[in-house]
Design a protein around this ligand. Structure first.
Ligand SMILES: C[S@@+](CC[C@H](N)C(=O)[O-])C[C@H]1O[C@@H](n2cnc3c(N)ncnc32)[C@H](O)[C@@H]1O
Length: 248
């Protein structure tokens, strides 16, 4: 069964677009550099991007030497932007949920997914399908909202304890060990994500035949901190988890 298609909601779509257009958005400062830093050499590689959104990464993969890229996404609105702004003869965009991966023909050297996997209920099923889509020696590299972040739904306590000046001093956490659906509010109500613990993520990859080679939980360097001091909260609780796993 495919997941919720929240990015086709007009209010959500506009809110998300404005966020991504902000110069200091966390994707640009932390998630994208960390993800690209652990990608293997892309030269001549055939790549599949799960939840490709605007297709920015697909175009970057071609710029870095990939021979062929397929970007799939459940949202027609996101893919419309991809086709208008990031088209290339070597990129194919397909409007389909990643839960239907088994229906896609062909095999890939690399499967990438950036900030889409926490929208998927059946992580084990997805990892199994990714494994089957990869050629021998292939890799699965993905980022997702950090498990210390997906644990929150619409909680009835403040996520942060702040001092008298409003500085965040502790992050408040509950229900980390209770996995499953979280109903959240992000631009609109009832945005559904799925919480999995760190151990479930790593154990699932291992059980399905992957060797986890690298994990990243990006934090700001001094230059970023000087410009955007608010991001010191990432030292208390990381926003992103980035994983590189190789097909055994
Ligand atoms: C936060 S955006 C990230 C987009 C892009 N990967 C990036 O990093 O710029 C998440 C994307 O995942 C897509 N998505 C969510 N659930 C999906 C599913 N079940 N199948 C395919 N795409 C999905 C959304 O439509 C959206 O485009």
């Amino acid at each position: 069964m495919s997941g919720q298609n929240i990015f086709d909601n007009d209010i959500f779509f506009d809110g998300y677009k404005k966020l991504r257009e902000r110069e200091k958005n966390a994707n640009v400062l932390f998630e994208i550099p960390a993800l690209f830093a652990i990608l293997p050499d892309l030269n001549g590689k055939k790549i599949l991007d799960l939840g490709c959104g605007y297709g920015e990464h697909c175009r970057e993969f071609i710029a870095k030497g990939a021979s062929e890229v397929t970007g799939i996404d459940i949202s027609a609105k996101m893919l419309e932007v991809a086709m208008n702004e990031n088209s290339d003869p070597s990129i194919t965009y397909l409007n389909m949920p990643m839960e239907d991966l088994d229906k896609l023909e062909g095999s890939y050297d690399l499967v990438v997914s950036s900030l889409a996997i926490h929208y998927i209920e059946d992580f084990k099923g997805l990892v199994k399908s990714v494994y089957n889509k990869l050629r021998s020696g292939g890799m699965f590299v993905f980022s997702q909202e950090h498990p210390l972040n997906t644990t929150y739904g619409n909680c009835d306590f403040p996520r942060w304890t702040v001092d008298e000046n409003g500085n965040k001093i502790y992050c408040n956490l509950a229900d980390y060990g209770i996995e499953g659906k979280r109903d959240t509010t992000w631009f609109v109500d009832d945005v559904i994500i799925y919480h999995r613990t760190f151990s479930t993520i790593i154990n699932t990859l291992a059980e399905e035949g992957f060797v986890v080679e690298k994990l990243e939980e990006p934090t700001p360097d001094e230059e970023i901190l000087k410009k955007y001091p608010d991001y010191c909260d990432l030292f208390h609780r990381p926003d992103f988890l980035i994983v590189r796993a190789a097909k055994r």
